[in-house]
Design a protein around this ligand. Structure first.
Ligand code: ADP
Ligand code: MG
Length: 346
């Protein structure tokens, strides 16, 4: 590149800035492309229903470390993270395509193990593996999965759509996958210092499981359907609750108020966070990869979900005050920062 040419570092834009830039430079030409870049999945017209399509890329050394990530689990997780994006559109997944770039460091048996996990996930989510692509890689393993799902036209849910007063709901518990990652990283250090040391994972089984074996919340999508609830907006929690709340804020143009005492955290996650000198609430807000769902519902649907054991009302959308923040247990107001994973940070 010539010296006179302007060079902008990727880190200046960040992941979301880069995606916005790509989106601005994109023109859509087909009427069937109902919704393009910017949601958990694209929406495509398909007769009397919609198809939704989403891709995710997992890169060795960035998204996973094979010294503690069994290939079978990696196969399962690669499918889960995509199904989670399909779930976030209130759609049902039906097909996946798997693209692999693999170096000669991997054996045939290693790839078999990876596909064992992929096939297990296909069984669990009732999706069919219908294609993909395979390439060699000069270094490391790259996995990209594309998932396709379908949804009735009047049931599709986007990141936009929330109204003032809507209740913000989060499923499951949060922060566990992040703590699981801390545990695995610590045990790796211990092992590297002394390979005779056995990893101490039993006590942290739940959190390690959240990191290695995430399950997309299709169960919640089916239950919402049975209860006759269509969320007004939805996103899956992959980058951390705070980051996803900012997406709902940006897409709705509304304020977001959440309450510290309503945030779902598992007891073991809480205790492990304290042990790691981490603030449990920070783990809930900024820890990624829980693959739970974050959605908003109209107040009219309050009673239908109020008693659900795995759906938590954590706050509300605010049409008056447009800030995004947390009300602490002491009733103090703390503005939130969108601290998702910043892939391009140096
Ligand atoms: P998620 O965390 O739900 O997987 P992302 O933040 O990865 O969502 O992506 C947000 C939106 O940007 C999606 O619509 C996705 O398809 C789109 N997107 C991401 N990367 C690219 C890219 N390189 N080119 C075009 N669109 C992209
Ligand atoms: Mg998503």
């Amino acid at each position: 590149m010539k010296n006179t040419e302007k060079r902008t570092e990727l880190g200046e834009l960040g992941e979301f800035g880069l995606i916005d830039r790509i989106k601005k430079r994109t023109r859509q030409q087909n009427k069937s492309s109902v919704l393009g870049i910017g949601d958990d999945a694209a929406i495509i017209e398909a007769g009397d229903e919609y198809k939704v399509v989403s891709s995710d890329l997992l890169a060795e050394g960035i998204h996973f470390d094979l010294s503690y990530f069994p290939l079978k689990h990696l196969g399962y997780k690669s499918v889960s993270v995509n199904v989670s994006d399909i779930a976030a559109m209130n759609a049902k997944p039906e097909q996946i395509l798997v693209n692999l770039a693999v170096s000669n460091r991997f054996s045939v048996e290693a790839i078999d193990e990876f596909y064992e996990g992929v096939n297990m996930a296909c069984e669990d989510y009732k999706v069919d593996l219908v294609g993909g692509d395979t390439s060699s890689s000069s270094a490391g393993l790259f996995i990209s999965v594309t998932a396709i799902g379908s949804v009735a036209i009047d049931k599709v849910v986007k990141r936009r759509g929330a109204a003032g007063g809507d209740i913000i709901c989060a499923t499951g518990d949060l922060g566990g996958a992040y703590i699981g990652l801390q545990v695995l990283a610590r045990e790796k250090q211990v092992y590297m210092a002394d390979p005779n040391m056995q990893p101490q994972l039993e006590k942290y089984k739940y959190m390690v499981g959240r990191q290695l074996k995430p399950v997309a919340r299709m169960d919640i999508i089916h239950e919402l359907d049975e209860l006759g609830v269509v969320p007004t907006s939805m996103i899956d929690i992959s980058d951390g609750l705070a980051s996803e709340l900012f997406h709902l804020h940006k897409h709705s143009g509304l304020g977001v108020k959440i309450f510290e005492d309503k945030l779902p955290i598992d007891n073991q996650t809480y205790e492990a966070a304290v042990e790691f000198n981490l603030d449990p609430i920070t783990c809930v807000l900024n820890g990624g990869e829980d693959y739970e769902l974050l959605f908003t519902i109209s107040q009219d649907d309050h009673d239908k979900l109020e008693k659900h054991p795995d759906i938590h009302f954590i706050g509300f959308m605010d049409a008056k005050d447009k800030d995004v923040g947390l009300v602490t247990k002491n009733e103090n107001w703390v503005p939130l920062k969108a601290q998702g994973w910043q892939h391009f940070e140096s």
